[in-house]
Each structure stands twice: as C-alpha cells, then as structure tokens.
Design a protein around this ligand. Sequence first.
Ligand code: SF4
Length: 212
Amino acid sequence: MDPNRRAARIVELLSGEYPETGSELVHRTTWELLVATILSAQCTDIRVNQVTPELLKRWPRPADLASAEQHEVEEVIRVTGMFRRKASSLRAAAKIVSEKHSGEVPADLEALVALPGVGRKTAKVVLGQAFGISAGVVVDTHVRRLAQRLGLTRGDDPERIATELESLIPRTEWIAFSTRLILHGRRVCVARSPRCDVCVLDGVCPRVGVPR
Ligand code: SF4
C-alpha cells in the first residue's frame, strides 16, 4: 500500500478508535493550556495535572505569575522536572503575555514561539487545541515512533517528520491526527512492547523496526 493510501486509512481507523481529541492536560482557558503545555516538556500529563491546580490557584492570571517569586514557583512545579528552567520560562512568558498581549495568549505561531519555553511543538498544540488553527502536525516522542513504525516517514528529525506527515494528511486532520497518534502511542503502540495483537492499525501497519 502506498503511503498516501496508508495514511488515509490510518486517519480513518484512528478516528473511529479515538472519537474524542481533546487535550489530556486539564485546563479551562487558553492561558491555562499554555502553562500546562510548557510544564509538560519531558513530563507526563498526569504529573502536570497534579501541579496546575495549585499553581493557577496561587497565580491565576499572567500578571500574577509574572510577579511571583522564582523560588515559590519552583516549589509548586518541582515534580514536573527541570523545574528551575520551567519556572523561569513561565514567569518570563507570563510577563510578555501580560505586558505585550494585554493578558491574552496570542493566536499566532510567531508570537507564540517568541515566548520563553514555547517551541514550535508547544505553539502548534496551543493553536490547535485552543484556537482550532491547523499550524501543523505536532511531533512528540509518540508521534515520531508511530510515524516510523507505520512507514509514514524515514526521518528521525521532528521537523522533517512533521513536514512529511503534513504532506500525507489533509490539513483539516492535522490537529486530531497528532492527538490520536499520541493517544495510540500511550495506550497501544507503546515504546518497548507494542500491542500489535490488539491494535486497530494491524492490517495497514508494516511494523517498521518492530520484531515479529
Ligand atoms: S500494528 Fe503494532 S507497530 Fe503497528 S501501530 Fe499497531 S501496535 Fe504499533
């Protein structure tokens, strides 16, 4: 099966398997989603969800977090790892959002990646989840692994993989496709022992690099 047909079939099968495509990061506002996404770097969503209620209760608005003490923020987010850098990024991003964007998260890729702690992946997540803007396929560790196993890329660099997936998947599907691949990577096509015997993609997956 050629990659275009395989990609179309994968989109179809994953849509049936995961009808809901909301973020697993708990949030009520775009600002809260941005904070949670910054914290999620090299950290599980479960752990992020453990700290955001306290963080956002103490400093609910960007202006509050911008004026928070560094050591106090570090204490609250410690369990998410890289807590010093994340605390610095959060405070600096909060200051820019508060002062330059009137407290509103900008719905613009370039403005988002100008915020400390926000790379293209985080920006795409926020644009997709909060604004419904398809800025690109989000490639995290799960998406990279699954794209390779599914034979949708031969690359290893996230930006290259994103470009390849964007050429195979309709733009209208980019947001949901990223989310669904991430869910599938967490639940079925896990890193060490993929559960091919129960996988909905078994019939279309070439299982690249997976021992039979
Ligand atoms: S068939 Fe196996 S390798 Fe392919 S997506 Fe499913 S779990 Fe992953």
